[in-house]
Structure formats: structure tokens, C-alpha cells
Unconditional design. Structure first.
Length: 280
């Protein structure tokens, strides 16, 4: 799967267009965009100094639009995630990344396992997420350097929060492990009263402690996967938007002042499911 922020913006426009305009978009999607992407494969910045310069410059960070490739897999959605094995791997990865960070910097960082793989019993993908909370933005350069040195690519800011910086290891190379061949995304974000950092933590903790919140998210994910990840279609982006339409996610989005098109699309997806009877 080829992922690019331009592609996502294009996809959003296509979904809300009239049938005639949508047909034109599809032609561009099939024939024009892939050709353009062929010349963009080397846009992922690897140099730690340049990466830090981009993170520190709001304009450059906003315009940073790397193209990268995610290997297609049949394991996008599983009802029986091996949570214990994934948790152990994430903790080992934390030690690897933090091992080269000076103690005085490490003491100001906090690594958390977040997302569906951090919620025992929650179905989802085999792609774990981690969160590194920092005391300020930009984050310390030392953690950026260590992530890059440990095989992570810098892919820019997330769609929900301009201070939520994403790094991704595109191919976990660990033969025999349940995560071999999967990818791991690390969010680096400030521990602030607004933004995605605390949202991710509260969402995880609420799902792990509140059965109603757990079941609501679980049912939303299963319904979203049935619609978007099936034998006829594999629309991972649409699935991720739809599963974000659970009531807890939308409530925390308001609490932590998360705005943007992604939240708006999640609200629309929730309304569509409710009107169709997918939600009880």
C-alpha cells in the first residue's frame, strides 16, 4: 500500500464529489498519481540534522509529504491479537531506542504502548503503536537521532495534531516472531493539556478499565472491518476513519481539542453507521 498525505487529501475530495466528478478523480487516481509517486520514493529524509530542522520549522513540517511503501498483508484485522507477545516486543524496542539516549534526556521522556495492541482482548491489526511523551516541542534531538539509528523513518506530523510526530519501522525483521514483517509506528508528542498524547493514554486506560467503553470500541471496529476490510475491498484508510467514530474517541477529541478533517470524517462515519443500524 502506497501512503502519502497528498493521496489522503485527494481521497477525501473524491469521496465527497458528485458521481461525474468522482469518475474523473478515479481516472487520475489510477493513471496519474502512481506515475507521480514513482519519482517520489526517495523523499523520506534520513539525516538526523535535517529531520530535526524540519520538525523545528512549522512550515517545513507541514509541507513534508514523504511517500513510502507498506507491504500488503492479510493480517490487517484480527479478532485474536497476541497481546502478550506484542507488549513484550514493544518493551524490548523501548530499551533498544532508549539505550543510546543520555540519561539526563531519557529522564524527561516517557514511553507508552498505545493503540489496540495495548488493550487486551481488543481486535485489530498486527501493527503496534507506541507513544513517546516529551516535556516540550520540538522533542529532544537525541530521541530523534536514536529512532532514525534504530531503523525508523520520519514520516512527518500526524493528521490530528501538528505536534504529534510520526516515525515508522516499515518492516520488523524478526523471523519466527508474531510481528515479523509487520510495521511499528512511534508517536512523539508533548505531554500537554491538549493534543494527541494524553488522548492516546486516556483512550487506552478507559478501554482497559471501562467495559462499556471497551465493547463500544470493539463493536465499532468489527463493524468497520466488515465494511472496509473484506473479500471484496481492502480500504485501510476508510477502516481507520470509521473505527475512530466510537463515542469515546469523539468525546476525547473534544476534551483534548483535536480538530481537523479526520475527526470530522469519523463523526460522519459514526452517523452513517448509526443511521444504518450498525450501532446499538
Amino acid at each position: 500500500m502506497l501512503i502519502n498525505k497528498y493521496y489522503l487529501n485527494f481521497y477525501r475530495k473524491m469521496r465527497t464529489s458528485s458521481s461525474r466528478v468522482k469518475h474523473s478523480y478515479i481516472v487520475i487516481l489510477i493513471f496519474v498519481i502512481p506515475i507521480a509517486f514513482m519519482n517520489m520514493e526517495n523523499l523520506v529524509v534520513q539525516d538526523s540534522d535535517e529531520v530535526y530542522e524540519i520538525i523545528s520549522d512549522p512550515e517545513r513540517l507541514q509541507s513534508y509529504q514523504p511517500t513510502f511503501f507498506i507491504r500488503p498483508t492479510e493480517l490487517y484485522f484480527r479478532l485474536d491479537l497476541p497481546h502478550a507477545e506484542i507488549k513484550e516486543w514493544v518493551l524490548e524496542e523501548k530499551e533498544k531506542v532508549f539505550s543510546s539516549v543520555p540519561d539526563e534526556v531519557k529522564s524527561k521522556l516517557r514511553w507508552e504502548h498505545v493503540g489496540s495492541t495495548s488493550i487486551p482482548g481488543m481486535p485489530g491489526s498486527m501493527f503496534p503503536d507506541s507513544l513517546i511523551l516529551t516535556q516540550s516541542f520540538p522533542p529532544p534531538k537525541e530521541i530523534v537521532t536514536s529512532l532514525l539509528a534504530n531503523g525508523y523513518d520520519f514520516i512527518g506530523a500526524g493528521p490530528l495534531d501538528s505536534e504529534d510526530i510520526w516515525f515508522i519501522k516499515l518492516h520488523i525483521n524478526q523471523p519466527g516472531h508474531v510481528l515479523d514483517g509487520m510495521y511499528h509506528k512511534v508517536h512523539v508528542a508533548p505531554d500537554a493539556d491538549r493534543g494527541t498524547g494524553r488522548l492516546f493514554l486516556e483512550f487506552r486506560d478507559k478501554c482497559n478499565s471501562d467495559r462499556d467503553a471497551f465493547e463500544d470500541y470493539k463493536n465499532t471496529k468489527i463493524a468497520s472491518a466488515a465494511k472496509h476490510l473484506n473479500s471484496e475491498t481492502t480500504d485501510l484508510f476508510a477502516y481507520k476513519i470509521a473505527k475512530s467514530g466510537c463515542s469515546l474517541y469523539l468525546a476525547l477529541g473534544e476534551k483534548y481539542q483535536i480538530n481537523g478533517v479526520t475527526v470530522a470524517m469519523a463523526k460522519q462515519a459514526a452517523a452513517e453507521r448509526e443511521s444504518a443500524g450498525d450501532l446499538q
